[in-house]
Write a protein that binds this ligand. Structure first.
Ligand code: C2E
Ligand code: SIN
Ligand code: SIN
Ligand code: FE
Ligand code: FE
Length: 644
């Protein structure tokens, strides 16, 4: 029998054999496991048991005595013996030698501790993995995890600490059981501070923590165990578990094995959640766009805007202030989420206050804690009555002109990342356009270019995040987008298609979000199974993007950029002009750039080799007519053969 083991080498399994005669005298005692029994019985040397009465020497091991005596009565006995962390399997049966009138009993004992441990850990890991596979959010992961763990481990408390994107600080995010109660109580932060400090240590050593007499104020948990969570070599957080009784050895093994399991589940759902968040934000931009287009009433538009903005940015309150050039002040037009502040009709001067600063600097102003603001507040009730903590103020600018200020307030400290800031920027461009339009009262003048800038700011933010993950060379996406547009213009494609081509190119590999890092960053060639998954990235892109109405005309490139002219591409194996023109154009530019730069799986090729390859693929991978146009537009020298 073979078994997979976690850590410790098994070596051979200790066994012991004991035999008694009719008079219950020990006749035979053998085996490398015997010393353990002598020790349990308090006998100095294993041989010392020979000739003794079994019930005397082994009185402290009742299952052994019972096993031998019952076998003497003709029974076969299978039983188990537990001592400390050791588990022994006992198998006893009667012995009878015909003709010799001998009657006795024999027991074979096998130390099965490690075997049991492994079976236990393996079963638990299999079940917990299956359960976690269905989890779709962080909260799901936690709920499933603790529900499953209850069946395997004597624990009743838990905490998941995750590392923040930047800086590697640990943050408290999820609690379970009594620690959840404690986390709501502001007066008992000791335990959590300790978890964070100790958690950092676990992440740096990669080792688990285990203590059976853990004492921290207000918490009666005796046993506390922590494991670092590491997904694909990236430390992502720490899992803490606690209970009232010590963990057995196999249970501690299980907790160690959980580190990997939970890390992978967490990193999977976080990626999933990020994608969903991006899609929701994009949908929000579109909803605002529709409101701008369909309503000439600024207040209706701004109401939609503020609702989407506060929800998608996750802030408590927001206000839009308009710049009054003549009076040289800001006038609040619409606000959301305030308890006392009466926006309508209130005005703020430009020389003072936070919004005045935003106007004068024409830049985003961030005040992490209003109570500590170095800029004196005009509206002090924002702190005293509204209890706001964080402030973000951004200028609204359209056609180069200052239109107003967009302010965000939150009643707690606000954690933001670059994508959040990116989205805020998109929103302020939109708000500026909406207001500008209303002020002009001329829908035809609405600047399409600026609206598109709002979308593209968001799209580019995603794509940067994706390129980072793919370890694409800096700017791959930007370069192929620019060059594809250049080819499309040279071919005089209709101007209204260009924006779709641009978005399609920006998003061409967004489907790689669905491909695990282990494949994406694999330094060598892909296996068949890995290729099977990689071949799905165009379809993933389509599935993700097609629900977004305004991206639908842009889907040709993401879906068809790996089709080949000769029909040998994927996902559909389309051939020739079945493949949409824009995807055929894009394929050349993408491969051109991919081969010209380092990839995790190979070094960059020199330009001559790249060009020769593309010419050679004309009529195979690429549309031959488009290869000619590509060479013309980008001044690529023709290969020696065809020059003549
Ligand atoms: P990618 O790295 O962006 O490459 C895009 C396309 O450029 C490839 O599509 C292929 O048509 C062309 N290309 C890139 N590198 C080479 C190369 O070394 N030789 C040749 N002849 N063509 C090349 P393809 O083949 O469908 O691959 C799609 C994606 O699959 C790649 O995107 C990359 O993310 C991944 N991939 C492809 N091959 C490997 C590999 O050997 N190892 C790993 N880890 N990933 C690979
Ligand atoms: C502002 O001036 O816009 C905000 C807060 C204040 O100064 O009271
Ligand atoms: C660009 O980088 O987009 C212009 C030059 C080129 O495409 O080769
Ligand atoms: Fe691709
Ligand atoms: Fe690409």
């Amino acid at each position: 029998m073979t078994y997979h083991h976690y850590g410790e080498a098994t070596g051979k399994v200790p066994v012991a054999i004991l035999m008694i005669d009719e008079n219950q005298t020990i006749l035979l005692a053998e085996g490398d496991g015997l010393s353990a029994f002598a020790q349990f019985a308090g006998v100095s040397a294993p041989e010392a048991v020979l000739g003794q009465q079994v019930a005397d020497v082994f009185s402290s091991i009742p299952p052994l005595v019972a096993g031998l005596l019952d076998s003497l009565d003709g029974k076969t006995v299978d039983t188990e013996l537990r001592r400390g962390e050791q588990i022994w399997e006992l198998r006893c049966h009667p012995v009878q030698w015909e003709g010799k009138r001998f009657k006795g009993a024999v027991c074979l004992a096998r130390n099965v501790t490690i075997e049991r441990e492994q079976v236990f850990v393996r079963n638990a890991v299999v079940e917990i993995t299956m359960a976690l596979r269905k989890a779709e959010s962080l909260l799901d992961v936690l709920n499933v995890l603790f529900r499953e763990l209850g069946a395997w481990l004597p624990i009743n408390r838990g905490a998941l600490l995750l590392r923040e994107d930047q800086g590697g600080r640990l943050v408290n995010d999820f609690f379970y059981g009594r620690w959840k109660e404690m986390s709501k109580n502001a007066s008992s932060p000791d335990l959590f501070a300790w978890m964070m400090v100790m958690g950092r240590q676990l992440l740096s050593t990669g080792q688990p923590y285990y203590n059976i007499s853990h004492m921290v104020k207000d918490d009666s948990a005796g046993t506390v165990m922590g494991v670092p969570l590491i997904a694909q070599n990236e430390p992502i957080g720490v899992l803490w578990l606690g209970g009232e009784t010590p963990l057995r050895k196999e249970e501690r093994r299980l907790v160690e094995a959980l580190g990997d399991l939970v890390a992978n589940a967490v990193s999977r759902v976080m990626q999933h959640e990020q994608t969903e968040r991006r899609l929701r934000r994009l949908a929000a931009l579109h909803a605002i766009d529709r409101a701008i287009t369909s309503s000439m009433d600024l207040r209706v538009t701004l109401r939609v805007f503020l609702e989407q903005a506060t929800r998608q940015l996750g802030v408590d309150a927001a206000a839009v202030l308009l710049y009054d050039e003549k009076m040289h002040l800001l006038r609040c037009v619409l606000a959301r989420g305030f308890k006392h502040y009466r926006c309508e009709s209130s005005t703020v001067g430009l020389s003072e206050g936070l919004s005045g600063r935003v106007v004068r600097s024409r830049q985003l102003l961030v005040v992490p804690d209003l109570a500590q603001s170095t800029i004196p507040l005009l509206r002090t009730n924002m702190v005293t009555e509204e209890k706001f903590v964080a402030y973000y103020g951004t200028p609204l600018i359209a056609r180069g002109k200052l239109i107003g200020v967009f302010e965000l307030f939150h009643r707690q400290a606000l954690k933001v990342d670059s994508e959040w800031l990116n989205f805020l920027q998109s929103l302020s461009i939109q708000a500026a356009i909406a207001i500008d339009n209303a002020q002009l009262f001329d829908d035809l003048q609405r600047s399409h270019a600026e609206l598109e800038e709002a979308y593209n700011a968001t799209l580019e933010g995603w794509v940067r995040a994706l390129d980072l993950r793919d370890r694409e060379t800096e700017g791959h996406t930007q370069r192929v987008t620019r060059r594809t547009l250049r080819l499309a213009r040279a071919m005089e494609l209709p101007a209204d298609q260009l924006v779709h081509i641009q978005r399609g190119a920006l998003l061409h590999d967004i489907g790689k979000i669905g491909i695990p890092d282990t494949i994406l960053r694999k330094p060598g060639p892909l296996s068949e199974a890995e290729w099977a998954l990689m071949h799905k990235h165009p379809q993933y892109a389509y599935d993700m993007l097609s629900p977004i109405e305004f991206l639908r005309p842009a889907l040709d490139i993401p879906l068809y950029h790996h089709e080949h002219w000769d029909g040998n591409g994927y996902p559909f194996g389309m051939r020739g002009e079945e493949i949409p023109l824009t995807a055929r154009i894009f394929a050349i530019v993408d491969v051109w750039d991919a081969l010209s730069h380092d990839r995790p799986y190979r070094k960059a090729w020199p330009a001559e080799r790249v060009n020769a390859y593309i010419f050679a693929q004309a009529g195979k991978h690429f549309d031959p007519r488009l290869v000619e146009i590509w060479a013309q537009v980008f001044d690529i020298p023709l290969p020696a053969k065809s020059r003549s």
